[in-house]
Design a protein around this ligand. Structure first.
Ligand code: HPA
Length: 268
């Protein structure tokens, strides 16, 4: 167990293990599923599921499109622990709290982490329903989930936040664009001027999640893959205003692609 917030994590781990129907086989992957992405496990055998409330200290969220449960699923003999829904900074959670579940995955010994999200496309070629493979990130949310960690462990290297081999593999296998994901706090969407700024600094997609989780995942030495489902063209680029219910609808279109990506990753 890492020395960081170990009492809270020990409590979470214990209550988590009590809720799990079977923890008899290793779980190779954890996967955090964002808005509208809860249903990608149709081809998986569901071992069991339980709500976030069962896990001590686990923040839970009430945003539409986020279910708030953990699910263990199996595909071709390999297991994934899926987190359906996540908490966000814009709800008032701290960076540590939004990355809490990833710390729990680390404490459970899970070595691979898939982070998914819904995002606005900043890169011109990204269309609604496309999936962008995240090869790097820009944290514009301010703060870090590691700011309270003791000693020099907190100075986490982020040179290869997302595993290059996994990113290239996903991109080649499915013909997906690789790009940089930038996260703002939200919950309001961006202005067109902010999108021009994001483009200038090298962002290809924009959202309000994921970056704190990736920092925590690297802290635990996890191999991270990231996929952004493009639910809209970013502000000022699509010729219309942004609407949360459209983001949820678009999520339904692209989730097959995320499902195929998840299945591919299970074999890697
Ligand atoms: N901006 C920020 N977050 C988002 C967007 C967006 O355009 N679309 C989905 N999540």
């Amino acid at each position: 167990m890492k020395l960081y917030n170990k009492d809270k994590l020990a409590e979470a781990r214990e209550s988590f293990l009590k809720s799990v129907p079977e923890w008899d086989k290793p779980v190779e992957w954890a996967a955090v599923m964002g808005s509208g992405l809860s249903d990608v496990f149709d081809d998986f055998k569901i071992i069991g599921s339980f709500p976030f409330e069962n896990v001590a200290r686990m923040p839970h969220s009430a945003v539409a499109g986020h279910r708030g449960e953990f699910m263990i699923a199996e595909y071709e003999g390999k297991r994934v622990l899926a987190q359906l829904g996540r908490s966000h900074l814009y709800e008032g959670w701290t960076p540590f709290e939004v990355a809490f579940s990833v710390a729990l995955f680390g404490e459970l010994g899970i070595k691979n982490l898939l982070l998914t999200n819904a995002a606005g496309g900043v890169l011109d070629t990204l269309e609604v329903g496309d999936v962008m493979v995240i090869y790097d990130q820009i944290n514009l949310q301010s703060g870090s989930p590691l700011s309270g960690a003791p000693g020099s462990e907190k100075f986490q290297d982020m040179t290869e936040a997302y595993d290059k081999r996994l990113a290239v593999g996903l991109s080649k296998k499915f013909g997906l664009t690789q790009g940089v994901y930038a996260a703002l706090r939200g919950p309001h969407y961006e202005t067109p001027a902010e999108i021009r700024y994001l483009r200038t600094i090298g962002a290809d997609a924009v959202g309000m999640s994921t970056v704190m989780e990736a920092i925590m995942g690297r802290f635990y030495g996890m191999r991270i893959a990231g996929m952004s489902l493009i639910t809209n063209k970013a502000s000022g680029l699509g010729g219309k205003k942004l609407d949360h219910s459209e983001v949820i609808e678009a999520g339904k279109i692209g989730r097959r692609k995320i499902a195929e990506g998840m299945k591919y990753l299970m074999g890697e």
